[in-house]
Design a protein around this ligand. Sequence first.
Ligand code: PLP
Length: 405
Amino acid sequence: MTAPVIAQVNAKPRGRQFFNNPGPTNIPDRILRAMDRPVMDFLAPEFLEIQRACHAGVKRILKTDQEIFFHASTGHGAWEAAIANLFSPGETVLVVETGYFSGGWGEMAKTVGLKVETVQADWRKGVDIAKFAERLARDKAHEIKAVLAVHNETSTGLVLPLPEIRRALDEAKHPALLLSDTISSLASMEYKMDAWGIDLTVGGSQKGLMLPTGMAITGVSGKAMEAARKAKLPKYYFNWQLMAERKPQRFIGTVPVHFFFGLQEAIKMLEEETLDAVFARHARLAEATRAAVRAWGGPNGGADGKGPQLFGQSEQRLSNSVTTVLMPEGTTSDAMRKVALERFNLSLGGGLGPLMGKVFRIGHLGDLNEPMLLGCLATTELAMKTVGVPFAPGGVDAAIESLAN
Ligand code: PLP
């Protein structure tokens, strides 16, 4: 028997959901309204103008003057497009281990027929660049065709310093392409595709760009386009050369016009605020989040395992878009996240892969401000208290102190 309608309604938490997953992220009302319009022919001059403006805007966000492609897919699709377009069967790529997502991209490359080597790293500290440089130096025959690097590892909350990776390649005079996943850093943290010598950038719609999930963005350097002309892995829907030939839309099949309506508004919002101010806002909210977590850990920031602590242990590499929090010994994050969601209407990210249950993740990227973050941090405390996770009081105060300064 179904429950009476009134009971079903009352069982739902009231008010707006506080959404602090590290992607997808909050979709601003402005973007929702921009997408709330009738469909348009994707070959109509009015739409082609919108699409052209989006191409130009995304180039400004990636800071590139090179090629851009849009795929109707999630980030995984753009990952696969990159592999299929750039390599031939049996070629070798080098993955810089950062966490769950670097592993996923490497696994995909292996599955479609590449040889995958990994520079291993401690997930809490991040890769040792000297170890990466040493592997390049040993590759005298230049068998490594590309380096796969996740700029912002969403599972661990650590950033990979891409300019240092570039420097190591240059110092070794190694010709490998540098491929970078910016899925959780795009439009949230500084990124300079051309100045950093990145050959391929993969981004998604559902994080810093504040759009629904389902469109991926790829920036491709001239050197990578050259490699694409020789690559033999099979592809059709994701074939960049075929896409470039489909003029004027540069797309295989029907163009998802509503995504472009939303993207045009997202670019407008980011540029009204200015990208530098967007990055500074993310840095401010991230610092406040870290201040809260350190306070929850007690006098030694949780290092004794008796309170929550920052998962990342390299201060200089802590992400400004997501904070991964390690649970105190003997506790798991699942019960706390369940209560946060079902009772208090706060959505937090869980642990991925080997971190499942051991950590939770606070996403502080996209359309977010101070009250939204403080609501999230206060409710996280409430959920921890409700399920009996040990933590020291004062996390919200520490965040307020950080934001006020
Ligand atoms: N790479 C990173 C760093 C991510 O955070 C994600 C998703 O969260 C992905 C790749 C996969 O992207 P998608 O879920 O859009 O396929």
